[in-house]
Design a protein around this ligand. Structure first.
Ligand code: NAD
Length: 436
């Protein structure tokens, strides 16, 4: 195996996990970030994000001298042959992708490059970015061989290590076959199908995948409304659909919709990419609208369950992170739900096993607990917003004895209505008959 010298620029979720993975595969990796506090933490072997299994892998690769951290981006560039860009690409108010972090990295690469580089774009970027970046770098550095390769990332927060070591596919988009093969070779020990494409197709595969998964979620959420009206159970409908191999069982859980750092921004970006070439991507507009409505309808459901008035009601919101096993709160449905409940006069007590630290910066007038029984104490109702395993495992009888009224409005369909009814709860979920 050829051991490559890799600099990862942007040591967030993706950069840290990718850098650590490449080190684990035997390469020499330096992870760089402008955020000095983050780098200082990593240099002390502290992991700035919550991601199961990451701590052990970082520690062991640092000990083997295959992984290091720096805030000196120039030095990381000079000492490496492969530069992996993993900075954020958030959405602007207009819906366009905010490319300022990527542009900043490109300017830094121009200033510090004195030898040939393969630049790998891991960040999710609009179609055409790889081609433009390559032109820009070749124009600025005419005597140096520069190739730009697209290698989109498909990991899921919360299972990032597993996903990275067991990818369904590795997509590499390159114009120069040699550069593409070199980046493929880096990952040759990983399972999963290798798909070599042109850069534009690779860039679009990422957006198309996220848009399609978001569409599955919005589809089943629309079905959930129909189920409620006709007295069907959306869980059974989804199961029946998912058994068809052409459909598959994943991303068919009805609930309060998707959130997080990727689906909301990537669906909006894909819509904008289509608009920019004069195409009205109708399905995607509906996917986004349904997702927003889903949060609002859930708040209506809470209101209806509690008799139409929330003023002075104490509501325990269980789960804040946008999904379990992460502390990420970016566009988490729980935040919108809490803000809406507060505006209706409810008093919010919230529980999350990992995200409280971030939540305390984003939420006002919320009592936060890392113990769900404390959060449920004296509550008029529980609202479940994230399907954490700790919630699934809760002692329902104990919870009921602590609450003022035994009411659960479950935005993630975690429990069986008949079982919750047997345990004495009023239990309202999504797309299934309420149990009273
Ligand atoms: P993040 O915000 O967690 O990390 C980005 C990091 O880049 C930050 O630490 C920031 O300080 C650093 N940074 C910004 N500008 C820099 C610069 N000029 N030089 C060096 N460092 C700089 O973001 P993330 O969640 O890791 O996402 C990164 C990219 O990967 C995005 O395009 C995202 O869409 C994509 N992606 C994310 C996920 C995910 O689950 N988080 C999955 C697939 C793809």
């Amino acid at each position: 195996m050829v051991v490559e010298r890799i600099a990862v620029i942007g040591t967030g979720y993706v950069g840290l996990v990718s850098g650590t993975t490449f080190a684990e595969l035997g390469h020499s990796v330096i992870c760089a970030d402008l955020d000095e506090a983050k780098i200082a933490m990593l240099q002390r072997a502290e992991i700035p994000i919550y991601e199961p299994g990451l701590q052990e892998l970082v520690t062991s690769n640092v000990q083997k001298n295959r992984l290091a951290f720096t805030s000196d981006i120039g030095e990381a560039i000079r000492s490496s042959d492969i530069l992996l860009i993993a900075v954020g690409t958030p959405t602007l108010e207009s819906g366009d992708v905010d490319m300022k972090y990527v542009h900043h990295v490109i300017a830094t690469i121009v200033s510090h490059t004195t030898s040939a580089k393969v630049i790998v774009i891991k960040s999710t970027v609009p179609v055409g970015t790889g081609r433009r970046v390559e032109q820009e770098l070749r124009t600025a550095l005419p005597h140096i061989q520069i190739d730009v390769v697209s290698n989109p990332e498909f990991l899921r927060e919360g299972s990032a290590i597993h996903d990275t070591f067991h990818p369904d596919r590795i997509v590499i988009g390159a114009e120069q076959a040699e550069a593409g093969k070199r980046i493929a070779a880096l990952q040759s020990a990983l399972p999963g199908e290798l798909l070599l494409t042109d850069r534009e197709s690779a860039e679009l595969i990422k957006y198309a995948s996220n848009a399609f998964l978001a569409a599955k979620i919005s589809f089943i959420n629309e079905m959930a409304h129909v189920c409620e009206k006709v007295g069907a159970d959306v869980g059974l409908v989804a199961k029946g659909m998912g058994l068809d191999k052409r459909i598959g069982p994943h991303f068919l859980n009805a609930g309060i919709g998707y959130g997080g750092s990727c689906f909301p921004k990537d669906t909006r970006a894909q819509l904008k990419i289509a608009q920019n070439v004069d195409y009205d991507f109708k399905i995607l507009s509906a996917v986004i609208e349904v997702n927003q409505l889903q949060r609002e309808r859930f708040v209506d459901k809470i209101k209806d369950t509690l008799g139409g008035k929330l003023h002075g009601k104490r509501i325990a919101v269980l789960g804040l992170a946008f999904k379990p096993n992460t502390d990420d709160l970016r566009d988490a449905p729980a935040l919108d739900v809490i803000h809406a409940l507060q505006s209706l006069g409810a008093e919010i007590h919230a529980y999350d096993p990992a995200a409280l630290h971030h939540a305390s910066k984003l939420l006002r007038d919320v009592q936060m607990y890392d113990d769900l029984y404390d959060a449920a104490y004296d509550a008029d109702a529980i609202v479940i917003a994230t399907e954490w395993e700790t919630i699934r495992q809760m002692n329902a009888e104990r919870i009921r004895s602590l609450m003022r009224y035994p009411v659960i409005i479950d935005g993630r369909n975690m429990f069986r209505p008949d079982e919750m009814s047997r345990l004495g709860f009023t239990y309202v979920s999504v797309g299934r008959a309420a149990a009273i």
